[in-house]
Structure formats: C-alpha cells, structure tokens
Design a protein around this ligand. Structure first.
Ligand SMILES: Nc1ncnc2c1ncn2[C@@H]1O[C@H](COP(=O)(O)OP(=O)(O)O)[C@@H](O)[C@H]1O
Ligand SMILES: [Mg+2]
Length: 258
C-alpha cells in the first residue's frame, strides 16, 4: 500500500498478491459501434485499482462487459483463473465479481433493508443473509439508522452507501464501483472512500472508475488511464499523480471534478 493512502485512509495490514482479474485485448461496443479497441488491464488480489479517463472514453463499458451486461466481441476476461466473458450476469455475480451501479439497481419504494436483501439474492440461507446485513450495517451505521426508511428518502451519500452495501450482500471477492463520488460533497466522498479502503482491508479487491482523479489516486494502489477505448497509461498511483500526461489531461484544474 502506498504512503499516500495509508496516511489518509488508515494502514493496511494484509499483503497484496496474485492476479484476480485480467482483461486482455477486449473489444466491445453497442450495436455496430465499437467502443473498446483492445483494452488490457489487471487487478491484483486485495488491491484497489483506479480506472480513469475522460467522459465517454469507455470506462463504464469495460465494467459492463466484465459484469456480463453487454457482450464482449473479442478478447478475454479472466476472473479468479476462469474465463468469464459473455457468461450470464448472475453467474458472474455467483463467481464473486459484482458491479455497483450508480443507484440504478435501487428500488425507491422499498426500504433500505429490503433493497439490501435483494443484493443477497444468490445466498443460500437466511442466516447468511442476516450475517451479511449486519456486516453492511457495520460498515455503514448510517444505513442501520435508516433501515426501515424507503430508499427514496435517502440523501445522495446514503444512496451511494446503499448501492455499495447492496453489492457486498452477495459475498463478492471483488467489487467494481462506477464513479462512487459522483455528485457528492467532498466530506461525504472522503467518508465513502474510507469505507472502500476498510472493505479492502477486510479482504476484498476493488476496481473503481472515477472522474475525481486526485481522490481516486489517493485511494488506489495502481491506476489505468483509458483513451479512445484503449488503455494507454498505467502505473502506481503515486507515479501517476506525477505523470506529465495524466497531470496535463486530468490534474491541470481545467477539467471538472479534480
Ligand atoms: N447503451 C448505449 N448505447 C449506445 N452507445 C452507448 C451506450 N452506452 C454508452 N455508449 C457510448 O459508448 C461510449 C463510451 O461510453 P461509456 O463507457 O459509458 O463512457 P465513460 O467512460 O464515460 O463511462 C460513449 O461514446 C457513449 O456515448
Ligand atoms: Mg461512465
């Protein structure tokens, strides 16, 4: 773990090691429009990896392909030693790879607890379901306070916590977060990122897509930058923070959210 994130988010005791996700020469898109032009990336077990890049460059498309929401046209996606490209989405969840979407999977007219229970749809026993609920409430005491409220009444930050909590309900090995900081106040982002770091310390692996490049590089161990559907820059987060091309594109203060 780098000095920067251990300083801000707390020290990690566990060692990073072994590959969990490997995306190789991935080509995908929508209809006949190709968006990913041979994307490559790797995520080590128990690391936090940031996937960065401008608007519309294909970040969410990579996550959608990995979680089986869209087809991979070519290339491979290997998770935990198995090829998973084009498996049905629920099978990918069953293998322990879960995507946290930005509020889209939350049912506004259902309570916080009911929404969380839906996230545990693959669990076999009631005991597991209640254990996992307890685990999520332990990460996010705020959700516990609001557990009987309808999701529609939650603030933006609480809704993001619910989305992450929902993703944790199925006992994933790895979660993929799509812009968890979007539209949130800095103090709330810090709180959520601290929780993401805690989740990793408890053994999970995290891939986080972010437009908030500075915060993402503080949180992550390693980063990738995607441009035109190809990942063309990668490195340790600390190194990327000082990388001229990254600085120029994302840290110059001219882009939003930096
Ligand atoms: N459902 C869709 N149908 C057609 N085009 C899409 C769809 N979703 C995204 N796109 C296009 O694919 C490109 C990459 O989108 P996306 O991966 O969502 O970008 P981002 O890096 O902002 O997450 C964009 O040009 C976007 O307009
Ligand atoms: Mg996106």
């Amino acid at each position: 773990m780098s000095m920067t994130n251990s300083y801000i988010f707390g020290k990690s005791e566990k060692k990073i090691g072994g590959r969990l996700l490997k995306i190789d020469q991935l080509i995908s898109g929508y209809g006949s429009v190709q968006i990913l032009n041979g994307a490559n990336m790797k995520v080590e077990k128990q690391s936090i990896v940031a996937l960065l890049g401008g608007n519309g460059t294909g970040k969410s498309t990579i996550l959608r392909a990995a979680s089986g929401l869209i087809r991979s046209w070519k290339g491979t996606i290997e998770f935990n030693g198995e090829q998973i490209q084009n498996l049905p989405a629920h099978e990918i969840v069953g293998k322990g790879l879960v995507q946290v979407t930005q509020g889209k999977d939350v049912f506004p007219a259902m309570s916080v607890t009911e929404n969380l229970k839906l996230g545990g749809f693959i669990l076999k026993s009631k005991q597991q379901l209640s254990d996992n609920l307890e685990k999520v409430y332990n990460y996010f005491p705020r959700l516990n306070e609001r557990k009987d409220q309808l999701a529609a009444t939650l603030s933006g930050g609480e809704l993001q916590m619910l989305c992450i909590g929902r993703g944790l309900m199925s006992n994933p090995k790895m979660i993929m977060l799509d812009e968890p900081s979007a539209a949130l106040a800095p103090q709330i982002v810090l709180d959520i990122f601290k929780n993401i770091n805690r989740i990793r310390q408890d053994g999970l692996t995290v891939l986080v897509v972010e437009q908030n490049v500075r915060m993402a590089l503080l949180l992550a161990d390693y980063g990738y930058v995607i441009k035109d559907g190809v990942i063309n820059v990668e490195g340790d987060s600390k190194k990327l923070m000082y990388d001229e091309s990254v600085k120029e594109s994302y840290l110059g203060g001219t882009k939003a959210n930096v």
